[in-house]
Write a protein that binds this ligand. Structure first.
Ligand code: ZN
Length: 89
């Protein structure tokens, strides 16, 4: 998933790619929900409002969470760092 052959490491840019069709374009979908919990000592309900972001591939419609994307971007970052270190030694 990582493109090769870029000489100028400082200007290198890598994209998160859809892992089924290699597309790099995604559209964003939000889910809004509210989660209730009962509390023992009162009749009140406490709640959390949740906003979930989902990213959908514009080509094959596969969806990814922000976590999925962050993980891949972290991998890219690690790989670039290793490449840099390897090229300096
Ligand atoms: Zn795709």
């Amino acid at each position: 998933m990582i493109s090769e052959g870029e000489q100028d490491m400082d200007a290198m840019q890598d994209y998160f790619l859809c892992n089924s069709c290699q597309n790099k374009d995604f559209r964003q979908i939000y889910n809004f929900s509210i989660r209730f919990h009962g509390v023992n000592f009162s009749d009140d309900l406490i709640y959390d409002k949740l906003t979930e972001e989902i990213f959908q591939c514009t080509k094959c419609n596969k969806t990814f969470t922000r976590d999925d994307i962050e993980k891949v971007l972290d991998e890219i970052r690690k790989n670039v760092k290793e490449k840099r270190l390897a090229s300096k030694s």
